[in-house]
Design a protein around this ligand. Sequence first.
Ligand SMILES: C[S@@+](CC[C@H](N)C(=O)[O-])C[C@H]1O[C@@H](n2cnc3c(N)ncnc32)[C@H](O)[C@@H]1O
Length: 269
Amino acid sequence: MAKSTTEHRDWYDTPEYYDIIFDADTAKEADFMEAAWQRFSRVSEARGPRRVLEPACGSGRLVLEMASRGWRVDGFDLGQEMLAFAKHRMKKAALSARLWIDDMAKFSAPNQTRYHLTHCLVSTYKYLLTEEAAQAHLRRVCEALLPGGLHFLGVHLTDYTRTTCEHERWTEQRGDVSVVCNTRGWPADRRTRLEPVRTRLTISRGGKRHTQETRWNFRTYSAAQLRRTLREAAPNLEVVGCFDFTYDIQSPRKFDDEYSDLLLVLRRR
Ligand SMILES: C[S@@+](CC[C@H](N)C(=O)[O-])C[C@H]1O[C@@H](n2cnc3c(N)ncnc32)[C@H](O)[C@@H]1O
């Protein structure tokens, strides 16, 4: 195999590789949301199609999955490449969804649509780097939900006592493309509430291999900080369930710092 090269590149400019690396859990996440929908939702508007909104929908892996399960799907993202990829895959699957460019902190749904379900998983919420943006997003989510509708929020909580780097490495394959994802998270800065993250994707395709690297900051949350933001931004979003990234509805967890991968089920009052 030829020598590997490394480039600095936003991984959201290459949606195919992002999608390969994150697609493994897609069906599990959708199964969980449907099971939680059965258990926790209280929407009285039972007739007609069930509508779901995915803020920051990325490559559209969950857009496709939910649409193929009969949900009417809306989604938006700031990344043009991600959105184009999502649109293309929906067209290829002969499924439809309304997809548009928008910002999590400022979005508005077309024609003031109200949803049965909204979701923001895999720490995407942590891209909102200020309290103002984080609260604005939650307020908009709450407004977009029907009373009794559910919001799923998945975030990796921060351990502020950690002084060493966190690593994760996994590999996925699709056809003749293999992607190794190597992530590193540096200790959080308590004052700025930022944690630097770096991801390296090594892609092997057609006998060639290259590595691309992306760096960014996530906003940090302890369980108490997340509770406070939720309470201040959206008192009408009630926590009705707490789980983790195993997406097992039979295994509830406490909403505290004991387990870092937190999946909240919130219901609009
Ligand atoms: C980790 S990916 C998640 C994509 C998708 N929701 C999923 O579960 O696979 C994060 C996505 O958030 C988008 N993003 C980051 N900040 C955003 C913002 N302020 N508004 C909208 N999208 C944003 C990125 O472009 C990227 O597609």
